[in-house]
Write a protein that binds this ligand. Sequence first.
Ligand code: CO8
Length: 259
Amino acid sequence: NPAFEHIVVEVRPGHVGLVRLNRPKVLNALNAATLAEIVTAVRAFDADSNVGAIVITGSERAFAAGADIAEMSGKSAADLLADVRLAQWEALRKTSKPLIAAVAGFALGGGHELVMVCDIVIAAENAVFGQPEINLGIIPGAGGTQRLARALGKSLAMEIVLNDRRLSADEALRAGLVSRVVPTERVLDEALSVARQIAARAPVAVRLAKQSVLKAFDTTLEVGLELERHNFYLLFSTEDQKEGMRAFLEKRPPNWKGR
Ligand code: CO8
């Protein structure tokens, strides 16, 4: 797509939208223009009825080595506050379709925060996760402190954020940050395969399933359980619920309509 300079965007077989970060000279550092392109591409896939799941990946050497330090170094607080492109970042959180990260190499700083905004993370054996902002005299600014604490617990989150502790793929798996580790050359195929499987499922159920699981991270159990129950009831208003149960009883595969 010629509209993009820093990323490569394509629809892969099986209704999967793929966003590949492509700034190899700076290990996919996320300057504001790259961030804006990622947000634009993900939003377009989210609105595209031909896409059922979205994969974000980088290169074998780096998923993304963080915000672009060269671009950031001269900024004032007011500059950052006024930069709408940083605020757009929040839009990724509102994506309704599943976001799957295929991570090889460095996922540091803002790159790691991009990983954590994804719903499922598949790691290559060579992946390295961390928040090295402390070395620059700053802290994570795109959700790192909050999502790490929720995902990994206090002690490990503190080591990572306060003392630049980096996690290997296996450590990230044990900590629950990623759900699979695969040989490096297989990481994109594995993520595409998971994405294809999810894209073939009942779309409204997938959407409400994602929304319900995410709720667990930002509210009380009481409110989360209530949302789950409402979404559960809501799905009984879809044709796909009738079809799914009829297909089971008739011992045949379901034919999802997405409504
Ligand atoms: N920004 C700009 N350029 C970068 C970055 C970066 N984050 N990371 C690497 N590069 C550049 C290097 O400067 C180098 O350029 P050149 O070839 O011109 O010298 C090139 O990429 C290759 O890097 P190295 O030579 O350093 O490669 P190594 O294999 O020796 O080291 C590392 C790889 C360990 C990843 C190292 O490059 C490094 O430490 N990078 C910086 C990591 C970092 O500190 N990241 C955090 C940045 S701060 C941040 O992310 C705040 C987030 C705020 C939220 C914003 C929303 C996303």
